[in-house]
Write a protein that binds this ligand. Structure first.
Ligand code: PPS
Length: 285
């Protein structure tokens, strides 16, 4: 994997809208404010689902905002040029998305009181979701086969680097008051409790009917139909015409794609890399 990537500090980034200059400036100079809320994920962990949910919490379940403004403007990505420029001009409190590994994140965050939600997902499902997504994205090198992508994934030779390093890095923040770990799986299994957990962390209160509306409007189907959230606005431009960001939206799809040998290699690697972290941090089976 060498082609369509921008490399920075040993990490491959997509070629569209990323540059070493911006990445350096973001790290050194972007000012995170105490009232900002940061939504941090490894790609394909459910980032857009989290953004949609938090936007709906902010609008008390009213879908007007999520149905009228593209998702990448509501919570811009700090590390690409488009999002960075937008955020610099935005009045707080801002929602900010990011896939950056901890070592490249804006330094100002670590002295701020800004709240961060780190969303994790079973890396096996992250792998499958990524395999299908990078094949329909026009701004990264496409894996030729699932086997090839498996090699990239276990070596961390893929957009935003190694899932294991990313997760280990951010997990080191887990005892901080302004850091919440959430999982795609808990959102899938009990979204009501997940929304309540987010509200409590952000100090937001929703009436029962507002909460119901958050659940309705952040569902897979609602997001798939929402042109401001389903990336149909960039079809043909950044995504292939037949590509969907909202593909299946389930847990455990990896079981349909891994061979027995791949599952064994993955289990072994997970053990090696993550054994010293409390296993209850990882709620998937
Ligand atoms: S990206 O490109 O990294 O920002 O992608 P990201 O949003 O992190 O992840 C995309 C996967 O999240 C699924 N998704 C959802 N699942 C359930 N409910 C809702 N509302 C939802 N919205 C997005 C999406 O389908 C991708 O997962 P896969 O497994 O590919 O379906």
């Amino acid at each position: 994997m060498t082609g369509k990537f921008v490399w920075f500090e040993g990490i491959p980034f997509p070629s569209l809208d990323y540059s070493p200059e911006i990445l350096r400036e973001v790290q050194e100079s972007f000012l995170v404010k105490d009232e900002d809320v940061l939504l941090l994920t490894f790609p394909k962990s459910g980032t857009n689902w989290l953004i949609e949910t938090v936007c709906l919490i902010y609008s008390k379940g009213d879908p007007k905002w999520v149905q009228s403004e593209p998702i990448w403007n509501r919570s811009p990505w700090v590390e690409n040029k488009y999002g960075y420029e937008l955020l610099k001009e935005k009045e707080g409190p801002r929602l900010i998305s990011s896939h950056l590994p901890i070592q490249l994140f804006p330094k100002s965050f670590f002295n701020s009181k800004a709240k961060m939600i780190y969303l994790i997902r079973n890396p096996r499902d992250v792998f499958v979701s990524g395999y299908f997504f990078w094949r329909i994205a026009k701004f990264v090198e496409k894996p030729e086969s699932l086997e090839e992508y498996f090699e990239w994934f276990i070596r961390g030779n893929m957009p935003f680097g190694s899932w294991f390093d990313h997760t280990r890095g951010w997990m080191s923040m887990r005892d901080k008051e302004n850091f919440l770990i959430l999982s795609y799986e808990e959102m899938k299994w009990d979204m009501r409790s997940a929304v309540e957990k987010i509200c409590q962390f952000l100090g937001k209160k929703l009436e029962p009917e507002e909460l119901d509306s958050v659940l309705r409007n952040s569902s897979f189907q609602a997001m798939k139909e929402n042109n401001m959230s389903n990336y149909s606005l960039v079809k043909g431009l950044h995504l292939e015409e037949n590509g969907h960001l909202l593909r299946k939206g389930v847990t455990g799809d990896w079981k349909n794609h891994f061979t027995v040998a791949q599952a064994e290699i993955f289990d072994k690697l997970f053990q090696e890399k993550m054994a010293d972290l409390p296993q209850e941090l990882f709620p998937w089976e």
